[in-house]
Design a protein around this ligand. Structure first.
Ligand code: SAM
Length: 323
C-alpha cells in the first residue's frame, strides 16, 4: 500500500490528483470549507493546517472566504504551482501554535496491514503487487497482536474474517496532535468503533470514480476505514486535553449547515435568490447525508484549549466525549 500510493509511481503522485478519481466533502461543496472556517473562528484560531491536502482544494476556498487566515498545506505531493502565494506548503507537519489542524480523508489513506483469521489463528494477508492476488503469510507481529487484542479482537472471529491493523494510522494522528502546542485537530473520515467493526474489513480501491479490484500497482486509490476510537486514544496519550467523537452530520449542523430549502414564496418574489438557495440546500444535504458523507466520523481533539463552543455536546447528540 505504501509503494502503491506513495512510491515514485504511486497513485497519489499522478498529475490528476485524488479529485480525478473520487469525490470528498472538499470537492462536493464550498460549504464544507465554510464550516471549517466557522470552526476555526469559534475556536479563535487564525491558522488552518490542512494535512493530506491533496491539491490544496480546501485551502483555496478557505483563502477565498477569508484572505486573512494563515493557511498551510501538508502533503507528500509537491505544492501545486497555481496555489495562491499566501498559502504555504510542506511535506511534513511542523509545530504550530493557535492552529486548527484539519485532516479530511487523510487517515483512510494511511497504509494498514490486513490480518485474516484461519483455523490455525490469525495470518497476515500478502498480495501480489501486479495482480492483486492474495495468499496467507505468517502470523502477525507481537505488536500487531497487542493492537488487535485491544482494538479489533478476533476472539469470536470465524475463518475468513479479517481485521485491519491501524498502528501506522495512529502514529500519523499522534504526529498531528504532537504538532499542536495549542489548538484543535480534526480527522474527518470513514470510521468505525470497537462495538461495530466490519467483520470482513473495509479495504477497497477506487479509480476514475468507480470501485475497482484492490490491485496495489499504483493505478488506483487503496483505502481502509478508520478505527477512530483507537486514534482518539492515541491522541489522548499524545497530549490531547479534550476529545469529541461525533458524526460529520452532527458537527456540520452544529457549525451552521442545515440543508434547508428556501421558502417557496421566494420563487415568485426573488427567483434568482430562490435558485441559489436551492443549490445551497442540495450541496449541504450531500455533506449532511447520514448514509453518505454525513455518516463520516469526526474526531475532534484539543490541545490546551476547550472544545469549540458549537461542538460542545448537548444532551445525547454525540457518541463519546472525554476529559
Ligand atoms: C484521500 S486524499 C484526501 C485529499 C483531501 N484532503 C480531500 O479531502 O480531498 C489523502 C491525501 O493524503 C496525502 N497523504 C497521505 N499520507 C500523508 C502524509 N504522511 N503526509 C502528508 N500527506 C499525506 C495523500 O498524498 C493524499 O493527497
Amino acid at each position: 500500500m505504501t509503494e502503491a500510493l506513495y512510491g515514485s509511481a504511486g497513485f497519489y503522485r499522478r498529475p490528476e490528483g485524488p479529485a480525478g478519481h473520487f469525490r470528498t466533502s472538499v470537492h462536493a461543496s464550498r460549504y464544507f470549507a465554510a464550516a471549517v472556517l466557522a470552526l476555526a473562528r469559534a475556536a479563535e484560531l487564525d491558522t488552518v493546517v490542512d494535512v493530506g491536502a491533496g491539491r490544496g482544494e480546501l485551502l483555496r476556498v478557505l483563502h477565498w472566504l477569508d484572505p486573512d487566515l494563515n493557511l498551510h498545506g501538508v502533503e507528500i505531493v509537491d505544492r501545486p504551482s497555481d496555489l495562491p502565494d499566501a498559502v504555504s506548503w510542506s511535506a511534513q507537519l511542523s509545530d504550530s501554535e493557535g492552529a486548527l489542524v484539519f485532516a479530511n480523508e487523510w487517515l483512510d489513506a494511511i497504509p494498514v496491514d490486513v490480518v485474516e483469521m484461519t483455523e490455525d489463528g490469525p495470518r497476515i494477508v500478502e498480495v501480489d503487487q501486479a495482480t492483486g492476488e492474495e495468499r496467507l503469510g505468517g502470523p502477525p507481529s507481537a505488536q500487531d497482536v497487542a493492537w488487535l487484542d485491544r482494538w479489533w479482537p478476533l476472539t469470536d472471529a470465524e475463518p475468513g474474517d479479517r481485521a485491519e491493523v491501524g498502528r501506522l494510522r495512529e502514529e500519523a494522528w499522534v504526529s498531528a496532535i504532537g504538532s499542536l502546542r495549542r489548538g484543535v485537530a480534526v480527522a474527518a473520515d470513514y470510521a468505525h468503533e470497537r462495538n461495530a467493526r466490519p467483520p470482513f474489513g473495509t479495504l477497497s480501491a477506487y479509480s476514475e470514480g468507480r470501485q475497482v479490484p484492490v490491485v496495489p500497482d499504483g493505478g488506483c486509490d487503496i483505502s481502509a476505514h478508520v478505527a477512530i476510537d483507537a486514534c482518539a486514544a492515541a491522541g489522548e496519550q499524545a497530549g490531547a486535553t479534550a476529545t469529541l467523537l461525533t458524526t460529520q452530520r452532527e458537527a456540520l449542523r452544529a457549525l451552521g449547515l442545515r440543508g434547508a430549502r428556501p421558502p417557496l414564496e421566494l420563487a415568485q418574489t426573488k427567483p434568482q435568490e430562490y435558485l441559489r438557495g436551492l443549490k445551497a440546500a442540495g450541496e449541504q444535504a450531500e455533506l449532511l447525508d447520514p448514509g453518505g458523507l454525513g455518516g463520516f466520523g469526526w474526531l475532534v481533539q484539543c490541545v490546551g484549549v476547550p472544545l469549540p463552543p458549537p461542538l460542545v455536546p448537548r444532551n445525547d447528540d454525540v457518541t463519546a466525549v472525554s476529559n
